[in-house]
Write a protein that binds this ligand. Structure first.
Ligand code: DGL
Length: 268
């Protein structure tokens, strides 16, 4: 049997759950001819407060799984896993990895009050990447760091528009707005699902910075640099894998992509 040319192999995207679909959507806009294998570890979600060892162990399993799917490049569509583990994986595996970076730079360029809020998980705030990005781009700014406890769970349950989501966001965003923040960085790939509710709570007082499109652009740049762009005459294949509930995954995946896809539930 002939081997699939490397360009035709899928891009792997994974997250602790469905949050990474916010990144997948942007990747599909920029790279509509790429096949994608998306892995959602909804069965083990959330990762935000897990130990470093747990995150490393789980993320390594997902990468091995995506490599078995023959992926040519892997997007870690999770700020938490990027923060804890991307350095390990880059030196361990022979394919390119794209990760999430806290979008402090665009926020710094955009804020007028020089005060910005960042919403992310505990693990993301504790990682080296956040500290580095902070030192590089937060000079002269007041940065209000707010862990988004409970928000990932709500999104996973499809409850992003619920009263509980509104109350949590009000609790997290009001103090930073009262201190003058005019810009909010979404430092977790689940949070773009809460954009409508954030807008309800904050009105036009907070400009929302979502790095998903920048990550998609970086994915395209790296594919081009490595000569890995897919042949546009082929119909892309979309394969979704979840360790969570199939019904819920189906709802999320069909919202994220129009057209056919294959969904498989796999063991944890
Ligand atoms: N989407 C993940 C992130 O970007 C959520 C982490 C979690 O599971 O708590 O950080």
């Amino acid at each position: 049997m002939q081997e699939t040319p490397i360009q035709q192999r899928p891009i792997g995207i994974f997250d602790s759950g469905v949050g990474g679909l916010s990144v997948l959507k942007e990747v599909r806009k920029l790279l509509p001819f790429e096949s994608i294998s998306y892995f959602a570890d909804s069965g083990n979600c959330p990762y935000g407060s897990k130990t470093r060892e747990e995150v490393l162990f789980l993320a390594r399993k997902h990468i091995e799984f995506l490599l078995e799917q023959n992926c040519k490049l892997i997007v870690i569509a999770c700020n938490t896993i990027t923060a804890v583990a991307i350095d390990h994986f880059r030196s361990e595996y022979g394919i390119p990895f794209i990760g999430m970076e806290p979008a402090l730079k665009p926020a710094a360029l955009q804020t007028r009050t020089k005060k910005i809020g960042v919403l992310a998980t505990e693990n993301t705030f504790n990682g080296r990447l956040f500290k580095q990005t902070f030192e590089k781009h937060a000079n002269g700014l007041d940065v209000f760091i707010q862990p988004g406890y409970g928000l990932v769970e709500l999104v996973e349950q499809g409850e992003q528009d619920s009263e509980t989501a509104r109350q949590l966001l009000e609790r997290y965003l009001t103090p930073m707005m009262e201190k003058g923040a005019d810009t909010l960085v979404l430092g977790c790939t689940h949070y773009p699902f809460l954009k409508d509710m954030i807008q309800k709570v904050a009105g036009n007082r907070l400009a929302i910075i979502d790095p998903s499109d920048a990550v998609a652009a970086q994915t395209k740049r790296i594919l081009m640099e490595y000569g890995l762009i897919s042949d546009s005459r082929r119909t892309p294949r979309l394969n979704f894998f979840t360790t969570g509930e199939k019904k819920m995954a189906e709802r999320f995946f069909s919202l994220a992509v129009s057209g056919p896809f294959r969904l498989e539930q796999i063991g944890r």
